[in-house]
Design a protein around this ligand. Structure first.
Ligand code: SF4
Ligand code: SF4
Ligand code: SF4
Length: 301
């Protein structure tokens, strides 16, 4: 049977949440993790080059037809998202580490083996060509497990469409502009080349070349995303005096997170425990991770 939003919702209504878990065995079965493919694409963001102009933020909104996130202050009105949200797939923030500051560009990391895909029981999040983590609103049931599962706090929900009358709200996140043959708008417009697009392998090589060419210039003399959480298709370079944690990038094990979450998931389904238990377990895992990150950051200072 073709999985559609209607079918998934019907299943939830008629059989109950626990029975739905049993009717979607694919999610409960352990699977082989995703691996890097030769044609995977991604982005490299070098924070030492970013000047915070936010051209990428605006270009992202235009190419993705996202409405402005307006804020009024001192008589002016600005499109000034404070974070990723239901109208914002890409945001530039200031990262502070002690007295040092730099700019941080945040969007989906297109993890090699994404936790969001692992926890999505409806298959709404999935990998497509190029290693892009894509979203299919037609099968999404709005459970928002992906928000809990993502270690980077990326997927956002269109809350603005859920109240007062539900208008079929969706999850919103960067899909590397895969709907447009021109590719990522953010990389196209950056006047500093602070964010560039290309094959994952080439971007990693370039990032490693920069680190090697300038010892002591970059945080930890390494590229974030090469191995973190099993690797990501978006890489980061941070100035030496601004840690990756200060940039907002969590400390993750080398092992992909789904290896952990799917163990929890597999056990809960096997025991016949409803997905609400999985939701709780993943919340605990994520909070513990974030707590460790904050603690680590305090210790570093
Ligand atoms: S950053 Fe989050 S939303 Fe993006 S692929 Fe990774 S787990 Fe999924
Ligand atoms: S790749 Fe596209 S959707 Fe993603 S941050 Fe860049 S402009 Fe936005
Ligand atoms: S367009 Fe480039 S320089 Fe400007 S904020 Fe974005 S990444 Fe930074």
């Amino acid at each position: 049977m073709k999985i559609s939003r209607r079918n998934v919702l019907k299943g939830l209504a008629t059989a109950g949440v626990a029975a739905t878990a049993a009717s979607l065995p694919v999610a409960a079965d352990a699977r082989e993790g995703y691996q890097v493919q030769a044609d995977d694409v991604g982005m490299l963001f070098d924070s030492t080059l970013c000047v915070g102009c936010r051209a990428c933020q605006t270009a992202c909104k235009v190419r993705n037809k996202l409405v402005t996130d307006t804020r009024e202050t001192q008589g002016g009105v600005y499109d000034a998202p404070l974070d990723l949200n239901g109208n914002t797939k890409n945001v530039i923030k200031i990262a502070q580490d002690g007295s040092a500051t730099t700019y941080m560009k945040m969007q989906c990391m297109h993890c090699v083996d994404p936790a969001c895909i692992s926890v999505c029981m409806a298959g709404a999040l999935h990998k497509v060509a190029g290693g892009i983590t894509a979203y299919n609103a037609a099968t999404c049931v709005g459970c928002r497990y992906c928000q809990i599962g993502c270690p980077f706090n990326v997927p956002k929900y269109e809350w603005q469409k859920s109240l007062p009358i539900a208008e079929d709200p969706k999850i919103v996140k960067c899909e590397l502009c895969r709907h447009d043959q021109r590719g990522p708008a953010c990389c196209e417009v950056c006047p500093r080349g602070a964010v560039i697009y290309g094959k994952r392998a080439d971007l990693l090589k370039e990032a490693q070349r920069r680190v090697k060419a300038s010892p002591g210039k970059y945080a930890e003399d390494r590229v974030y995303g090469e191995i973190d959480g099993g690797g990501t298709n978006v890489f980061y370079l941070s100035p030496a005096d601004v840690s990756f944690k200060a940039l907002g990038l969590p400390t993750l094990p080398r092992e992909p997170l789904p290896a952990l979450s799917e163990n929890v998931q597999h056990t809960t389904y096997t025991l016949g425990i409803a997905p609400i238990a999985l939701f709780t377990a993943l919340t605990v895992v994520q909070l513990r991770n974030r707590g460790k990150g904050e603690q680590g950051h305090k210790e570093e200072k």
